[in-house]
Design a protein around this ligand. Structure first.
Ligand SMILES: [Zn+2]
Ligand SMILES: [Zn+2]
Length: 134
């Protein structure tokens, strides 16, 4: 196998793993999964591929400051819910509000390319754990 074939195989495997889940995993998690398919794969290679996929606009990187970045196989804008207890992230199936961009546009002379919206709170699992503890 040539070097470029090997690189394509790695990238495809990483993309498939990422798109097979809706949990917005970390690079570390993707690495553990990808290693089952590609023995000898390194975490550095996973990061490199994820960065390339992000730069190509095929995936999104969700960055939350101090905690590890999470990755999203859906590149089009969509909204998220983040659980502040367990840190997991879900997609929210609601339409993207284009009107907020128009509202923002009239405030300043900025060119607006998009927006992000994130809801946060406690997920179903963590709500139940909270109840069980009482
Ligand atoms: Zn939770
Ligand atoms: Zn998402």
């Amino acid at each position: 196998m040539s070097k470029s074939q090997r690189l394509t195989k790695q990238k495809t495997a990483i993309l498939e793993i990422l798109r097979s889940v809706d949990t917005h995993p970390t690079a570390e998690w993707i690495y553990q999964e990808a290693r089952k398919e590609i023995p000898g794969l390194s975490l550095g290679t996973v990061y490199r591929n994820l960065n390339q996929l992000r730069d190509n606009g095929e995936i999104l990187e969700l960055n939350y400051g101090s905690s590890q970045s999470r990755f999203d196989g859906t590149a089009q804008n969509h909204y998220h819910f983040r659980c502040t207890q367990c840190g997991r992230i879900w997609d929210l199936p609601m339409p993207v509000m284009k009107t907020v961009e128009n509202k923002a546009k009239v405030l300043k002379n900025f060119q607006i390319d998009g927006h992000r919206l994130e809801f946060y709170g406690t997920c179903e699992d963590c709500q139940q754990e909270g109840k069980a503890a009482i």
